[in-house]
Write a protein that binds this ligand. Structure first.
Ligand SMILES: Nc1ncnc2c1ncn2[C@@H]1O[C@H](COP(=O)(O)OP(=O)(O)OP(=O)(O)O)[C@@H](O)[C@H]1O
Ligand SMILES: [Mg+2]
Length: 409
């Protein structure tokens, strides 16, 4: 059978025809940093002031930035760095700003490799390269520090999502870099900006690193619903054609994201997914229903990802919750133990299982209610909060657990 060319033409023609909602898709993507950031003057000023000593030939303090997801940390830092970089160019100051995302570079060595790449070592110093693999951590660090010293370079090293580096016991890197500054002069330095969305991350740091890394600290607060509205209005002007999105729809979007977390990314994601739904349903406007469908889609995608990536025991606890009749911790634990023995796994303690239940509750995958049982006291009732079909879908390809699918309904 030959492919019918008409089919392809129809697909492309309809894509052209239905292009009357989104004017600029790129401004709705995760990496897009708008030129104008609203409501972050105080934070931008603080970072700019801290870094401005570079222009006066000094070394800026290390800076630690905290704030919940989607509060603009990455966007603000990128924006300030861009402005600073342009100024240093005008003044002929040799500044380099490697921007690393510790979550993407999944081993501490890979982070060193990326720093070397972004600093230009691997291009400029063929003999002292930090290879993709093969050097010890300390050799790789020495090569980086040596390069900075010999070339008299000023470095502001930004490590975004720094908590994931520390969680993987990668804080040796931070120790080495913060210590290095004590040994080199202010003409050549590596100052650090760490960005984290976990407020408790500092507690996990080695005490020696903690004090030097947090010479200065800055906290980003969640946006209010009103602020999210304005951020969305701005973004909509860039993203959509006129009259595609009524103000009531923007308000709903801001209300949903604001009520949950004050997260601008969530608000923008809702818009993007709603616009995609509107496009496929061939309408010319985005409606409140599109936003609600978008929210459902995002939530179920997120739940799906969490489920798929959770540990074997967490999945078994979820199965036990599904199977449980009265939803009590005791019953769930018995069922869980039974599942474990069927696949020859040692069961975790009941205390640990209760912790897992707490984590699932926080993630919104289950609900727990305290029920009063008169003279028998109070007891917890645990229920699954998501569709059983999502659970089945998420374990479909899991070799150990897929045989259980028939068991859960
Ligand atoms: N003040 C603002 N004005 C306009 N857009 C904003 C503002 N703050 C955040 N955004 C947008 O919201 C999204 C999320 O922001 P950003 O990535 O900076 O958050 P974050 O605090 O780094 O979150 P995370 O901790 O999850 O990395 C981006 O698309 C960004 O452009
Ligand atoms: Mg970020």
């Amino acid at each position: 059978m030959y492919l019918d060319d008409d089919i392809l033409d129809t697909i492309f023609d309809s894509a052209i025809k239905n292009n009357n909602i989104i004017k600029n898709r790129q401004v709705l993507t995760i990496d897009y940093v708008p030129d104008k950031l609203l409501f972050r003057t105080k934070e931008s000023t603080a970072i700019a002031q801290s870094l401005s000593v570079i222009l006066k030939k000094g070394r800026p303090s290390n800076l630690l930035i905290f704030g919940k997801p989607g509060t603009g940390k990455t966007a603000v830092v990128k924006n300030v760095i861009d402005h600073l970089y342009n100024k240093t160019k005008e003044l002929d100051i040799n500044l380099r700003v490697p921007f690393i995302n510790a979550k993407n570079s999944n081993t501490p060595y890979k982070i060193l490799y990326e720093i070397a790449e972004l600093l230009g070592i691997n291009k400029e110093e063929r003999k002292m390269q930090v290879y993709f693999t093969g050097l010890s951590m300390s050799e790789a660090t020495d090569r980086i520090l040596d390069f900075v010293r010999r070339r008299s370079i000023k470095v502001v090293l930004v490590i975004d999502e720094i908590d994931s580096l520390v969680n993987r016991k990668g804080d040796d890197i931070l120790y080495n870099f913060t210590r290095a500054n004590e040994r080199i002069s202010s003409d050549q330095f590596i100052s650090l900006i760490g960005i984290s969305n976990s407020l408790t991350f500092k507690d996990k740091l080695d005490p020696r690193v903690k004090s030097s890394l947090s010479e200065e600290e800055l906290v980003f607060n969640p946006y209010t619903i009103e602020q999210l509205k304005q951020i969305l209005v701005d973004r909509c002007k860039l993203a959509f054609y006129d009259n595609v999105i009524p103000i009531g729809v923007i308000n709903l979007c801001a209300a949903i994201a604001g009520r949950e977390t004050g997260d601008a990314r969530k608000a923008i994601d809702l818009l993007r997914v709603a616009a995609e739904i509107a496009e496929t349903s061939m309408t010319m406007k985005i409606s409140e229903d599109h936003i609600r469908s978008a929210q459902q889609k995002i939530d179920s995608d997120t739940n799906f990802e969490i489920l798929r990536n959770s540990t074997l025991h967490t999945k078994l606890v979820i199965f036990a919750i599904i199977k449980s009749k009265n939803g009590s911790t005791g019953e769930i634990y018995t069922i869980y133990q039974d599942f474990c023995s069927r696949i020859q796994q040692e069961a975790l303690t009941q205390r640990r299982m209760t912790q897992i239940v707490g984590e699932l509750d926080q993630l919104g995958l289950i609900t727990t209610n305290i029920v009063n049982q008169g003279r028998y006291g109070r007891t917890q009732r645990i229920k699954l909060h998501i569709q059983i079909s999502s659970v089945k879908e998420a374990i479909k390809n899991d070799p150990i657990l897929s045989p259980f699918i028939g068991n859960i309904n």
